[in-house]
Write a new protein. Structure first.
Length: 302
């Protein structure tokens, strides 16, 4: 029992370590700072950091990066990252992060590191402009089309909570991620989200995955996901009901596509528990000249 308690203590931050970490961040805080904890379940007395961000007229809810740091997707909105670790991570690597500009030992194998984030040129984050989308449900009856209504920060698409589309922290692919929740409905219908008047960009990037509760329930059928730029189908994939991955996708935009509307489509023959989370962004300023890519399978919708 004593050995187990010692082992737990060696991997748990002390109050002194947490207070020292908060003091360092407080003294060097900048707006645009994010914070992450490793391991993700680290007990951190979050009130301490909530108070710190609030004292700087910021919000820990927006600055906290709860997901595994396997890529920079969750970090793109920030200029710096504070990483508080509860054990020696010398054997671990974050290849998408630059060398730490600060590495502060805090005792009991605790470390506080500061990383500078390479500046990503995000021209448009779809999740931040959900109220600008035209969102409709088409079918399943021929000629049927029902438009969703903007209610605050969400799109209301029916009487049930899971009919709505909104941005929230969700459990996806073994971690927690901020993403757009959507469950297509009813059976056989297509939920379409269209944004117009978009800035010219070089590429359209996104992430997609099944919500944890969707994977836990065997009901429903695979969900079909499509991305159209203008009227051209540029990406499509199908998520099996037991798919637990966080899928990455990217579309390189031709000069003619760079200001076209973007539409995301979701559908399933049986929609019970088919709850997804996705995110998308327009990246990079468009430059004159021919496109660096193009997809041979792109085709006009009927």
């Amino acid at each position: 029992m004593l050995w187990s308690r010692w082992q737990r203590g060696a991997h748990s931050p002390s109050e002194q370590s947490l207070e020292r970490a908060a003091q360092i961040i407080d003294a060097e805080f900048r707006h645009g700072d994010a914070i992450a904890f490793a391991p993700e379940w680290l007990a951190t007395d979050r009130w301490r950091f909530e108070s710190l961000w609030r004292d700087h007229d910021s919000s820990l809810t927006k600055a906290w990066v709860p997901s595994a740091l396997e890529d920079r997707w969750e970090l793109a909105d920030f200029s710096r990252l504070w990483l508080l670790s509860a054990y020696d991570e010398s054997s671990e690597s974050y290849p998408h992060l630059s060398l730490a500009v600060r590495d502060e030992p805090l005792g009991l194998n605790m470390r506080l590191r500061l990383f500078e984030m390479p500046k990503e040129q995000i021209l448009f984050a779809f999740g931040q402009h959900l109220d600008q989308a035209k969102m409709v449900r088409i079918g399943p009856k021929a000629g049927q089309q029902i438009r969703c209504r903007v209610l605050g920060s969400r799109q209301s698409c029916g009487p049930k909570w899971w009919h709505d589309v909104y941005v929230k922290m969700q459990q996806v692919a073994g971690s927690r991620r901020r993403c757009i929740f959507v469950q297509p409905h009813p059976d056989g219908a297509v939920v379409k989200m269209t944004w117009k008047d978009l800035p010219a960009a070089q590429r359209l990037e996104g992430r997609l995955g099944n919500r944890l509760w969707a994977v836990r329930h065997p009901e429903g059928s695979p969900v079909h996901f499509r991305v159209r730029v203008g009227r051209t189908l540029r990406h499509e994939q199908t998520l099996a009901i037991d798919d637990v991955r966080w899928h990455r996708w990217q579309i390189n935009l031709s000069p003619q596509e760079r200001t076209q509307p973007v539409t995301f489509e979701f559908s399933a023959k049986e929609v019970a528990w088919r709850q997804l989370c996705f995110d998308a962004r327009l990246m990079g300023a468009a430059k004159p000249g021919p496109s660096a890519a193009g997809t041979p399978q792109a085709r006009q919708s009927p």
